[in-house]
Design a binder for this molecule. Structure first.
Ligand code: SAM
Length: 301
């Protein structure tokens, strides 16, 4: 890490000084690198169809309200509200984050991306996801906890408390959707770099900085390297102090929190090994170096 940073710092000093081009904000870089609302809601639509509308009790029930936990800039929530405008459905979202700067950015996003007449369909809440005040809000059809942010909870007790509160926030017959990454690479202190063309080209660096197998403490970071307006290393743009959880233990905690029909969904691949965007319910996964999947728990009727 130290080497990467000092090399980049040196490069910074030598770089050209083109003025007048505003570099992107780190939240914009984060969204462009790791968030994909369309794919998340495609998955939600798929499981909603399979687990709700195709069942006798849920027949014809439309997914309308979602709560996005750890929402950051509320990109997913704004996408959901806007997709409702296109579909002529009154889709609503509650976005929850405890960081006031994220909530501020969420308001700014809503103001620029959602037509004024529909903006009241998005509620931004500055709160811890376990805050009791969330239970006073209207219940929702589905709660989403994406990009592994729920790993902020380090003990089984805290995770159970969070899951149990989420369950109380979901309408009967609704769903809780979380994502998960695992595999042997997840346990290694490694970095992964990806290049993007946006913003004049930049590199996204996912840094699994440290992992302590005894406590499970897992420190991950995101860094960026911009090319324009001049080369710039943005080290430690985001730091996560997580616990590295196992899939089996999370499934157990979801069941202990009262979720029903708890299941894992893995993306089906085509013959070339590319993702198809279609997810299958699975009971086993290959012990690969890395894998991504969704966990889904249902709330009884
Ligand atoms: C990884 S980021 C955002 C992830 C985003 N949901 C996504 O799909 O990419 C995690 C966010 O969770 C927020 N956060 C962390 N712990 C929280 C908690 N206990 N309650 C509410 N927000 C929390 C942070 O402020 C941060 O904005």
């Amino acid at each position: 890490m130290a080497n990467v940073k000092s090399n980049a710092a040196r490069k910074n000093g030598k770089s050209s000084r083109r003025k007048g081009v505003k570099p992107p904000h780190v939240n914009e870089l984060y969204e462009a690198s790791v968030q994909e609302p369309e794919a998340e809601f495609d998955f939600l639509a798929q499981v909603w169809k399979e687990r709700v509308t195709r069942t006798p009790a849920g027949k014809g029930r439309t997914l309308l309200s979602v709560r996005e936990d750890f929402a950051a800039t509320a990109l997913n929530s704004a996408f959901w509200v806007n997709s409702g405008v296109k579909a002529k459905q009154e889709r609503r979202a509650i976005a929850v984050d405890f960081d006031p700067s994220m909530i501020r950015d969420g308001h700014a996003r809503a103001a620029r991306s959602i037509a004024e007449s529909h903006r009241e369909r998005l509620t931004l809440v500055e709160a811890d996801v376990r805050d009791e005040k969330l239970l006073k809000l209207p219940k929702v059809d589905a709660v989403l906890a994406l990009n592994f942010s729920y790993w902020v909870f380090h003990t089984r007790k805290d995770m159970l408390d969070y899951f149990a509160k989420v369950r109380r926030a979901i309408k009967p017959g609704g769903l809780f959707v979380l994502d998960f990454f695992g595999g042997s690479d997840a346990h290694r202190e490694i970095q992964e770099r990806r290049r993007y063309r946006r913003f004049g080209g930049y590199t996204y660096v996912w840094d699994q900085e440290s992992y302590n197998p005894v406590s499970g403490a897992y420190v991950c970071k995101i860094h960026f390297e911009l090319k324009k307006p001049r080369k710039k290393w943005i080290g430690d743009a985001f730091t996560y102090h997580w616990r590295l959880w196992g899939l089996a233990e999370l499934l157990e905690i979801l069941r202990d929190a009262g979720f029903e029909d708890v299941a894992v969904y893995s993306e089906k691949e085509d013959r070339k090994g590319e993702g198809t965007g279609f997810y299958r319910r699975v009971t086993t996964l290959p012990a690969d170096r890395s894998y991504l999947c969704y966990l889904v728990g249902g709330v009884g009727r």
